[in-house]
Write a protein that binds this ligand. Structure first.
Ligand SMILES: *Cc1c(COP(=O)(O)O)cnc(C)c1O
Length: 392
């Protein structure tokens, strides 16, 4: 069996993955995006930049992460399940891989200040962390409703020295924070770098963030080669919010016969239920009504309630190279408990979406007995304990 010939390794020079991606920004932001694009290409080709990033990822942030065989759960399910442990990264998830890359790039570009959007606060915390590490001022835009719901992460960001700016427009959540951060960037491009939290936004962000996250897939590919007799797994699965941990994971396996599965939250499933549209500077699948009004997604996992999805995933879906499925909140909570008791790992509610799909796919036969499954555990569950306590 061979994989279908899809080349998602690079978008076109203007950032299109097929019909998706591109750059839909005000005229005043075009030079800023061009400058990020040029700087990223130069940095990514520069061994000195790569080795400095590598040094920080290993000496500070916790790379490489292990590929853990889930022995007991595998035995229960009759498959071989391998977990790529991004939950062990500094600040608790894969987000730091991307943020450290972008913060180093900002510094190389001579910028002194980072801005970011955040929903639940995880990307804000990661950006505040990178800002503190590199001595850069950090401002995080966050919807007022999210500020009220995520007091702990707001306090984390402030402890790290970041300024948290409340956003009072729209539904006062993530999409509004993103809009506001882009608006602010227009007025501050001279000294300010916008650090996007996922494979979203205008070109070059979706491609650049994927490249910063591909360390997950590249590491996992090598680890799977050593762990599996066949060399590559039959199935590779990751949860999809904006799509960065999945894109980084898939990047390591696109040229293998592995089936690639992205798991969305039932209430935030832009790929499964969305339509073509433009949001925050790029074209992709978007949750919107027939008038183009953006929907407010709902998921028990705060990191999965973005109303759009990275353009590369829309492209991979159209070409059948990756398949996107949904699971519901009930399955997700059950998956957290099942993994915790079988393996001693309390994963994030986001990551539990991937686990939940595997549990279901084994019973429906979509994952056959004896199959090998590599699953990216994007984050740890500490942040979700209050949510789980309310349910028990
Ligand atoms: C933010 C987050 C996600 C969703 O983001 P992606 O860009 O889709 O990876 C998933 N898992 C965790 C733990 C997160 O914090």
């Amino acid at each position: 069996m061979t994989a279908p010939a899809v080349d998602a390794r690079r978008p076109t020079d203007d950032g299109r993955f097929g019909a998706y991606g591109g750059r839909f920004v005000p005229e005043s932001l075009v030079p800023a995006c061009d400058e990020v694009d040029r700087a990223f290409r130069a940095a990514w080709a520069d061994p000195a930049f790569r080795s400095r990033l590598d040094e920080i990822l290993t000496g500070y942030a916790g790379r490489p992460t292990p590929l853990t065989p889930a022995h007991r759960l595998s035995a229960e399910l009759g498959i071989t399940l391998l977990l790529k442990r991004e939950d062990l990264m500094h600040t608790g998830s894969h987000k730091i891989n991307n943020v450290l890359g972008q913060a180093l790039l900002a510094q190389r570009m001579g910028r002194t200040r980072l801005i970011a959007e955040t929903g639940a606060g995880q990307h804000g915390v990661a950006t505040a962390t990178a800002g503190a590490l590199l001595g850069m001022a950090t401002t995080v835009f966050m919807g007022q409703r999210d500020i009220e719901r995520q007091a702990l992460n707001v306090f984390r960001m402030r402890t790290l020295g970041a300024e948290v700016v409340p956003v009072h427009t729209g539904s006062r959540t993530l999409k509004d924070a993103c809009t506001e951060a882009l608006r602010h960037w227009v007025t501050a491009v001279a000294d300010t770098y916008y650090c996007f939290g996922s494979v979203l936004g205008p070109h070059p962000y979706p491609w650049m963030v994927r490249e910063f996250q591909r360390v997950i897939g590249d590491e996992a590919r090598g680890q799977a080669a050593a762990a599996l007799p066949a060399g590559t797994p039959d199935v590779v699965v990751a949860c999809v919010g904006g799509g960065s941990n999945a894109a980084g994971t898939f990047a390591g396996f696109l040229d293998t016969p592995a089936r690639l599965i992205g798991v969305e939250a039932e209430g935030g499933a832009a790929l499964s239920h969305g339509t073509d549209g433009v949001l925050h500077g790029f074209r992709s699948k978007v949750l919107q009504n027939h008038e183009g009004q953006i929907a407010e997604p709902h998921s028990i996992a705060p990191g999965l309630d973005y109303p759009g999805v990275g353009p590369e995933h829309a492209y991979l879906a159209d070409h059948g190279r990756a398949r996107y499925v949904t699971v519901n909140d009930t399955e997700v909570v059950a998956a957290v408990h099942r993994l915790a008791r079988a393996e001693g790992i309390i994963c994030a509610l986001e990551s539990a979406h991937a686990v939940a799909w595997v549990l279901r796919a084994v019973t429906t036969g979509e994952v056959a007995p004896g199959a090998t499954v590599l699953l990216t555990l994007s984050g740890r569950g500490d942040k979700d304990m209050a949510t789980l306590m309310e349910l028990t």
